[in-house]
Design a protein around this ligand. Structure first.
Ligand code: SF4
Length: 132
């Protein structure tokens, strides 16, 4: 499976919201699969991933989400750097989660996600808190 850095945080707080029905169905499937099987190997990237696959903002493999003020690639890189993983690395989902628990903090997350439209719901930060 391929997952971009910032989606690791989105997945923590996923509560069935998303851009459209197809997007939600796909993300729900991915989140459930990873929740049930920490042995799944993930390649971490800073571009489109398996969640973007069904996104209406994905145009030929490029994210054209105009509501995002920040560079999404920079958000991916910032998340991965914070949890000590390099773009292109592959590892088990359970190992990634262990790094998130160890290195990701609410402050770091609030900084990286400061301009995200979904932030106001508070779901992602709640997801991080629930890991502890
Ligand atoms: S908005 Fe962009 S980064 Fe987010 S899922 Fe869609 S294509 Fe991927």
């Amino acid at each position: 499976m391929i997952i971009r850095g910032h989606h690791l945080l989105c997945m923590l707080g996923f509560k069935g919201l998303g851009y459209d029905e197809e997007f939600i169905k796909n993300m729900d499937k991915i989140v459930k699969k990873l929740k049930n099987d920490g042995d799944v190997f993930i390649k971490l990237v800073d571009n489109v991933d398996n969640i973007c696959e069904q996104c209406p903002n994905n145009f030929s493999g490029v994210c054209k989400n105009e509501h995002h003020k920040d560079s999404i690639k920079e958000m991916d890189d910032a998340v991965l750097e914070s949890i000590h993983i390099k773009p292109g690395e592959s590892m088990k989902y359970s190992e990634i989660m262990a790094n998130i628990k160890l290195f990701m903090t609410e402050d770091i997350m609030n900084g990286i996600c400061r301009n995200c439209n979904w932030k106001e719901y508070g779901y992602c930060v709640d997801g991080l808190k629930n890991l502890r």
